[in-house]
Design a protein around this ligand. Structure first.
Ligand code: SF4
Length: 336
């Protein structure tokens, strides 16, 4: 754990400092605002050092110019960047550059205050907080997500969304959120999670966390609107059997009325993210070949590999049919 000089001077930085101190963690305070020593002798070693580094820094001025993030939300903002888990398809490989250290922003109160400028008058404005991190993965160390949920609870006409693969929801269950936060749980077939999602809680633990967050307050739950992000959907052998089991488990855990959405994302990669991931996980069993893949171009001239049309259609049909049968009241936000 390392704090930069500016970060330790921030009141929220101090709060995190005290939390880490109470956990008896080894803390360094840098004399300046640079985090040194993240590079190892090769990419593997750099990955190891960086993933084990939690740096508390101030977000740069550019973090205050919010960017839109369609179709997920109107705006994205960041409590932190990076994640301690080791998913072999991690989408951060294509969006964050440099060693994958975890950077927590000590100027979080200013970041939250800044979102107010982006609220539209008399209209709901949505904010996404998990583009560059899994915010629950570090919540026990920072408490930043609780601060964020509390901020949006006091802002009528706002909607906060985040997604997580983590399950340590107890500190969030009791919060007042005003119905303004949607807790989204990232799930996959157990066989995919076990093989590819290193350092994350298993599917059973995530489902238990989801249940707690979704249960009405009078049943002792958090009473949050919830969402399920099925990602990345992969046609592994016997995929119908594996995904059917997952949908059955979800049904069992959400056996009460709840405000529920689904987002369905098939596995995809860019040439750049593939290169980074192959360096981070040279022994991965993830299929990065171009078999069964089609190229999807974007308006900036880049491209990604998605599944071929026939396979996409087959997967889509399965999920659409199963979801409308099992969760008739839930809203499917998108398939991609
Ligand atoms: S939990 Fe999410 S952010 Fe963290 S390593 Fe896995 S895919 Fe990446």
């Amino acid at each position: 754990m390392v704090f930069t000089a500016d970060a330790i001077a921030e009141p929220y930085g101090q709060k995190v400092f005290k939390k880490l101190q109470a956990l008896n963690l080894n803390i360094e305070i840098s004399k300046n605002n640079r985090i040194m020593g993240l590079r190892g002798k090769d990419e593997r070693e750099t990955y190891k050092i960086a993933k084990n580094t939690l740096a508390i820094v101030n977000a740069p001025p550019s973090a205050f110019n919010l960017r839109p993030i369609p179709p997920s939300a109107d705006w994205q903002f960041h409590l932190a960047e990076g994640c301690p888990a080791h998913c072999q398809y991690c989408y951060l490989a294509g969006s964050l550059s440099g060693p994958p250290a975890i950077r927590v922003f000590a100027n979080l109160p200013q970041i939250l205050e800044n979102t107010i400028k982006y609220e539209r008058l008399h209209q709901l404005t949505s904010f996404e907080a998990s583009c560059y991190t899994d915010p629950l993965s570090i919540e026990h160390l920072t408490g930043g997500l609780a601060e964020t949920i509390s901020h949006f609870a006091g802002r009528p006409q706002t909607h906060l969304r985040f997604v997580t693969k983590f399950a340590n929801v107890d500190s969030l269950v009791t919060l007042e959120h005003g119905g303004n936060t949607r807790f989204r749980c990232s799930l996959n077939a157990d066989v995919v999670a076990r093989k590819l999602e290193g350092g994350t809680p298993g599917i059973a633990a995530r489902l238990a966390g989801l249940r707690k967050m979704a249960q009405p307050k009078q049943m002792g739950g958090g009473g949050y609107p919830v969402g399920i992000v099925l990602a990345p959907i992969m046609p592994v052998p016997d995929w119908r059997i594996h995904y059917t089991k997952l949908l059955e488990d979800i049904e069992q855990h959400l056996d009460f009325d709840t405000d529920l959405t689904f987002e369905l994302i098939t596995h995809r990669f860019t040439p750049g993210s593939r290169e980074v991931l192959m360096e981070w996980y040279p022994n991965t069993s993830l299929d990065f070949s171009e078999n069964n893949r089609a190229i999807k171009r974007n308006k900036f001239g880049g491209h990604k590999y998605v599944f071929v049309k026939e396979l996409m259609a087959e997967l889509k049909k399965f999920f659409e049919t199963e979801l409308s049968r099992r969760f008739p009241k839930a809203k499917v936000l998108y398939w991609t």
